[in-house]
Write a protein that binds this ligand. Structure first.
Ligand SMILES: CC(C)(COP(=O)(O)OP(=O)(O)OC[C@H]1O[C@@H](n2cnc3c(N)ncnc32)[C@H](O)[C@@H]1OP(=O)(O)O)[C@@H](O)C(=O)NCCC(=O)NCCS
Length: 157
């Protein structure tokens, strides 16, 4: 497995990976387009990485982006990480974070936020292992169809 910076021609697969989790692990309900990932990766304060299988195919990605465009939040970033469902539990997420987390410091982020469905205990454990702590739970803040979703807010300071 290899990790490298994302390129524009990775964006279609990244969007497919993200869209596979609609209604499962994030609150976006309309599919994201590849162009949105391209726009994000061109942002000067974004680091976007992809994990590759042995054939060079993208199996997942992770990125940090500004938490907010408001000036006072300049040192605050928000992370996101998604792998193809069949490629979890094989170390790719860890390899992505091993490279991403040191880079967040180089980009000037002193605080990272991760927002995770509370029922996604695997991702919460993954983030704990990577130095994130739970700040609290926003009970029922999300709606997935008729279902109310609790969101766990985690931080790494
Ligand atoms: C969450 C995710 C990024 C983790 O990446 P991964 O490649 O599966 O995790 P790794 O194999 O690198 O595991 C690293 C460590 O994280 C923890 N971990 C990862 N998945 C876990 C799970 N399902 N349950 C408990 N711990 C888990 C373990 O401590 C693991 O270390 P160990 O195997 O030595 O015990 C990945 O599972 C994923 O993309 N899941 C689906 C989408 C998703 O939930 N994204 C996050 C949205 S907030």
């Amino acid at each position: 497995m290899k990790v490298r910076e994302a390129q524009e021609n990775d964006a279609t697969v990244m969007a497919l990976i993200f869209n596979a989790y609609i209604g499962k692990s994030h609150m976006v309900v309309t599919p994201r387009r590849a162009a949105e990932f391209i726009e994000l990766m061109q942002h000067t304060r974004v680091c976007m990485l992809v994990a590759l299988d042995i054939f060079g195919g993208v199996i997942g990605y992770a990125y940090v982006k500004p938490y907010s465009e408001r000036g006072g939040y300049a040192g605050a970033g928000e992370v996101s990480v998604f792998l193809w469902a069949g490629r979890t539990g094989q170390g790719a997420g860890q390899q992505l974070y091993d490279l991403l987390l040191p880079t967040t410091k180089e980009l000037g982020y002193h605080h990272l936020t991760a927002k995770i469905w509370t029922e996604n205990t695997g991702s919460i454990r993954f983030h704990e292992r990577n130095g994130f702590q739970t700040v609290g739970i926003q009970h029922g803040i999300g709606l997935s169809g008729e279902r109310r979703i609790d969101m766990t807010i985690m931080e790494r300071v």
